[in-house]
Write a protein that binds this ligand. Structure first.
Ligand code: FAD
Length: 478
C-alpha cells in the first residue's frame, strides 16, 4: 500500500483501542472534542506528503510504490540531504509545534533497520530479522507509530536503574504458543491517540539479572490489555483563527499500562537479550533521530523569530530593547541552523553502509535547546505584554456592532488592521502562553532526556584530546 491520505489515516484510528481521557474511555478518537482537531492536524501531515511528492515521496526499494522519504535508510550524504528536505517540509507544516509527527518514528526505525547488524549481534539474529521486516511493514503501510521508552519512577531514592523483581517496569511474565506476555508500564507515549501502533525499545541501560525487562517490540494500539491514560487535553475546539496552534497541534502524551499483553513472536525485536538491549541505542540512534529533531527545532525557532518580529512591529515597538530580544531569538535559530549544517556536512558512515550526521553539533544543541526554548517564550511574553490579551476572537470581529469599535480601538501601528493585529497576538499567545504552549515548553525540556542530563552526556562523551593538549602545554613546560 503506498503513502496514505489523511482520510485513510483517520479511518484507521477507529480500531477499538483503549484510550482514557478526562472522565471517559474514548471510543472514537477522531470524533472526540479532545482529539478531533489534532487528529485533523496529523492527517494533514499525511496529505502534505502527497501534495509535495518531489520532496516527501520516494519509491519503496522493493515494491516501487511511493512511500515517505522519512523511511529512507540513508546511505550517503545525498540521502541525508534528501531526507532533510522532507523533514523540513513536515516541520514547516506544524512550525515545529508537533514534536512527534510520524516522521520522527519513521526516521528512528529506518535507523534501526539500517543498523540491523547491531540488533542482530549476540545471538539476536531472529530479532533483527523481525525488525527489518517490521520497518518494511511500517513504510509500506504508512503506519503512524508512537513509542514509550522509560520505566515509570516510583522512588528516585532507589537509584537510576531498576532491579530484578521490579513490578512497575515493563517486563515479560510468560510465554504463549504465539509469543510472550508482558506486564508493567512505560512513560510517555506522545501521539498515542493518533498512532496506529506502539513501539517499545531501549531507554536507559539495564543491570545484569534484568533479562525479563530487556524487551523491544511493536504492537497495534488496539492490542488487548494495552491501556493509554492521556493527560488533560490542551486542544481548543474553537476555530483555527482563534487558536491557530491549539486547534490542531495538541499531539497528546499518554501513560501506557500493559495489563498482560500478548506480543506476537514475529513482532519481538529484543526478547531478553541484555547485551543487545544495552548496546543498540549508543552509537547511531542519537545522530539519526536528531537530524529530525533539530530540523524541527530550527524551524520552530525561525518561526518564533518571525512571530516576535511581527508582534513588535504591530505596535511599532521595535525600540533597542525589543530589537535586542528579537536578535536573541535569531541567534538561537541561526546557531541551530549552523549546527545542523555542520552535522550534515560532516556526515559519515556509521557501519553497515548507513550514513548519519556528525553527532557532536547535535548533542550540543540537544543540551542547550532546553534553556533556549523557555527563553524564547519569555521574550514573546515580554514583548507581548497586555496585547496578548487584547486580541478579540473571530466572533467578536464578526459582530456588526462591535466591529467598528474594535477597528478603531484595537488597530495596529501604521496601516495594520485590528483583525491583522488580533491574529498576530492570538498566535503569539497560543505559541508562548497557552496551555499547549506550556506543555510544549515541558516537551522541549525533556523529550530526549533532560537538559541537565544531556549536558552531563556532552561532557562525558566529547573528544577532549585538543582541549587537553591546549592545557597540558602550560602544565608541562619547564
Ligand atoms: C511532554 C513530554 C513528552 C514526552 N514524550 C515521550 C515519548 O513520546 N516517548 C518516550 O519514551 N518518552 C517521552 N517523554 C519522556 C522523556 O523521554 C523523559 O521525560 C526524559 O527522558 C527525561 O527523563 P526523566 O523524566 O527521567 O528526567 P531526568 O533526566 O531524570 O531529569 C529530571 C531532572 O533530574 C535532574 N537530573 C539531571 N541529571 C540527572 C542524573 N544524572 N540523575 C538524576 N537526576 C538528574 C535534572 O535536574 C532534571 O531536570 C516525554 C516527556 C515529556 C515531558
Amino acid at each position: 500500500m503506498p503513502a496514505r491520505t489523511g482520510a485513510a489515516f483517520l479511518r484507521g484510528l477507529k480500531d477499538g483501542r483503549e484510550i482514557w481521557a478526562g472522565s471517559e474511555k474514548v471510543s472514537d478518537v477522531a470524533a472526540h472534542p479532545a482529539f478531533a482537531g489534532a487528529a485533523q492536524g496529523v492527517a494533514g501531515v499525511f496529505d502534505l506528503q502527497l501534495a509535495h511528492p518531489q520532496e516527501c515521496l520516494m519509491s519503496d526499494p522493493e515494491t516501487g510504490e511511493p512511500i515517505s522519504v522519512s523511511h529512507l535508510i540513508p546511505r550517503s550524504r545525498d540521502d541525508l540531504a534528501r531526507r532533510h528536505a522532507c523533514l523540513e517540509r513536515i516541520a514547516e507544516y506544524t512550525v515545529g509545534v508537533m514534536g512527534r509527527s510520524p516522521d520522527y518514528m519513521n526516521v528512528t526505525y529506518a535507523g534501526f533497520a539500517g543498523r540491523c547488524d547491531e540488533w542482530g549481534a549476540n545471538g539476536n539474529e531472529a530479532g533483527a530479522e523481525n525488525l527489518v521486516n517490521y520497518q518494511k511493514f511500517l513504510r509500506r503501510n504508512d503506519i503512524s507509530l508512537t513509542h514509550a521508552l522509560l520505566h515509570p519512577i516510583v522512588d528516585k531514592g532507589l537509584g537510576e536503574f531498576i532491579d530484578p523483581g521490579n513490578d512497575v517496569a515493563l517486563h515479560k511474565v510468560g510465554e504463549t504458543a504465539h509469543g510472550i506476555i508482558v506486564r508493567g508500564a512505560r512513560v510517555l507515549a506522545t501521539l498515542a491517540p493518533f498512532a496506529d501502533e506502539l513501539a517499545v525499545y531501549p531507554g536507559y541501560p539495564l543491570k545484569p539479572g534484568c533479562e525479563d525487562y530487556a524487551l523491544s517490540f511493536c504492537i497495534p494500539m488496539a492490542t488487548p490489555g494495552l491501556k493509554f491514560l492521556c493527560r488533560d487535553t490542551f486542544s481548543q475546539s474553537g476555530s483555527a483563527r482563534d487558536f491557530p496552534l491549539s486547534a490542531r497541534f495538541d499531539e497528546q502524551d499518554a501513560f501506557v499500562i500493559f495489563d498482560d499483553v500478548e506480543v506476537p513472536r514475529d513482532r519481538l525485536h529484543i526478547n531478553g537479550n541484555l547485551a543487545v538491549y544495552n548496546q543498540v541505542m549508543i552509537r547511531s540512534w542519537w545522530p539519526n533521530v536528531m537530524q529530525q529533531t533539530m530540523i524541527r527545532a530550527q524551524t520552530k525557532l525561525e518561526f518564533a523569530w518571525g512571530l516576535a518580529s511581527k508582534m513588535a512591529e504591530a505596535v511599532n515597538g521595535v525600540q533597542p530593547a525589543a530589537a535586542q530580544m528579537l536578535g536573541e531569538i535569531w541567534t538561537f535559530a541561526e546557531f541551530t541552523r549552523s549546527c545542523v549544517q555542520k552535522a550534515e556536512a560532516n556526515a559519515h558512515e556509521y557501519g553497515n553502509g548507513v550514513w548519519l550526521p556528525e553527532g557532536a553539533p547535535l548533542y550540543a544543541l540537544r543540551a542547550t535547546l532546553p534553556s533556549w526554548f523557555p527563553r524564547v517564550n519569555e521574550i514573546i511574553r515580554q514583548l507581548g505584554s497586555h496585547n496578548l490579551f487584547a486580541a478579540p476572537t473571530q466572533a467578536m470581529l464578526e459582530d456588526s456592532g462591535l466591529r467598528p469599535l474594535i477597528d478603531r480601538y484595537l488597530r495596529g501601528a501604521g496601516d495594520l488592521t485590528a483583525e491583522a493585529r488580533s491574529r498576530i497576538f492570538r498566535l503569539a499567545w497560543d505559541f508562548a502562553g497557552s496551555a499547549l504552549a506550556s506543555r510544549n515548553e515541558q516537551y522541549e525540556r525533556f523529550y530526549l532526556a533532560s537538559g541537565p542530563r544531556n549536558l552531563q552526556f556532552c561532557h562525558m562523551l566529547a573528544d577532549r584530546s585538543r582541549a587537553d593538549r591546549l592545557v597540558d602545554r602550560f602544565l608541562t613546560e619547564e
